[in-house]
Design a protein around this ligand. Structure first.
Ligand code: SAH
Length: 358
């Protein structure tokens, strides 16, 4: 709320106009963030008393910061008095706030009200493997609070029942990750509360890195963890991640195959349990077989391998085989493959990597 007043104006007079203006505009006095005026009013007792009585912070701005702000009602008389053509309006809009009540005047007071640009919020939310019971309450809260939800159709459909009525949904098909991240960030930068949804955990081969790279410092960013495919698959297989493990994506869409290959070798060398994301798709046909052959250079053909397709979704398939027998046919883009270490065993049909070395 920008306020101008003549010398010696009382707090009552000031508050009468401020309250009247807020009431008329349908604005709660509780929504007032600050009273502002011009430097020349620093020692106006009435102004200080008015602000203090409501607990509103009060600040004074130098005329040269107010002088050039575009306002609807500049006045030469005001310029003569305090060296800026506007006090109430200019003080209210300073910093990019949007004028909602232009200057109103009483006998000795002027008041204008501006709305601060709301602070945007971007929640990057992992939706888990699929089953709604694997969506944590924190993710539900973030979704319920979003005004805008951005994501791939399949993921957004899964969480649609959790959105508030009136939520704007911006979906798109597979791919275009960078564009989705940009859209979400732009919406948040415009002052809205946005949820960007991504399957599993949003930070694991998901949307979070793109979104966080693009997010400007002026918005609040929250990342809500989700159940990633490695954990979903592992829980269905038994306890294959009981000891040191790593994840490697076999997608050479964003990564040169030479890099993937050297990581597979290193994981083989280090005797890590290896979780393979993106193991196979219509266009990615030979990578899994090459990976298997590399790992066979380090591991016994009897090493247990878990194959989990559509974990916690309709059509779920769970199979335990071995590195020697692993065939590509059972593996598609909705599958996660877990290759055991030299210590991994199958006990009563469950894949287990013991926590201890003997
Ligand atoms: N952000 C996701 C991973 C995206 S990469 C996550 O954290 O889970 C896509 C790959 O994840 C798929 O190719 C598959 O290997 C794996 N994946 C995702 N959901 C899966 C599920 N429900 N069951 C099995 N694998 C899954």
């Amino acid at each position: 709320v920008g306020v101008g007043c003549s010398r010696g104006t009382s707090a009552e007079e000031i508050l009468a106009l401020v309250d009247g203006v807020l009431l008329e505009a349908g604005l709660s006095p509780l929504s007032v963030a600050e009273l502002r005026s011009v430097d020349a009013k620093r020692d106006e007792e009435g102004l200080r008393e008015a602000a203090a009585s409501r607990g509103w912070p009060l600040s004074f701005l130098p005329p040269d910061r107010l002088r050039d702000l575009p306002v609807p009602n500049p006045s030469p008389a005001v310029t003569r008095a305090v060296a800026t053509p506007s006090v109430a309006e200019a003080a209210a809009v300073m910093g990019g706030a949007q004028l909602v009540v232009p200057k109103r005047r009483a006998a000795r007071v002027t008041v204008a009200v501006a709305r601060r640009r709301p602070r945007g919020r971007l929640a990057v939310v992992g939706t888990g493997p699929g089953d709604p019971s694997l969506l944590p309450p924190m993710a539900r809260d973030a979704l319920a609070r979003a005004e805008v939800v951005v994501g791939m159709d399949a993921y957004v459909e899964r969480v649609r029942p959790l959105l508030r009525p009136g939520t704007v949904v911006r979906t798109s098909g597979v791919g275009a990750e960078r564009a989705r991240a940009r859209l979400a960030v732009e919406e948040a930068a415009g002052g809205r509360s946005v949820a960007l949804v991504s399957g599993g955990d949003a930070g694991v081969y998901g949307m979070a890195p793109d979104a966080l790279e693009l997010a400007p410092p002026g918005i609040d960013v929250v990342c809500v963890p989700g159940v990633t495919a490695a954990l979903a698959a592992a829980s269905l297989l038994g306890a294959p991640l009981g000891h040191d493990h790593c994840a490697i994506s076999l997608s050479d869409l964003h990564t040169p195959w030479s890099v993937v290959r050297s990581r597979v070798r290193a994981a083989g060398e280090a005797d890590l349990v290896v979780v393979l994301y993106n193991p196979r798709s219509a266009r990615r046909r030979w990578q899994l077989e090459e990976t298997r052959r590399i790992l066979l250079g380090y591991r016994d053909p009897e090493t247990p391998v878990g194959v989990v397709a559509d974990a916690f979704r309709p059509g779920q398939r769970v199979e335990i085989t071995s590195l020697g027998r692993l065939g590509a046919e059972a593996v598609d883009m909705n599958t996660t493959v877990v290759v055991g270490s030299s210590r991994t065993r199958v006990v009563h049909g469950r894949m287990i990597t013991p926590r201890r070395y003997p």
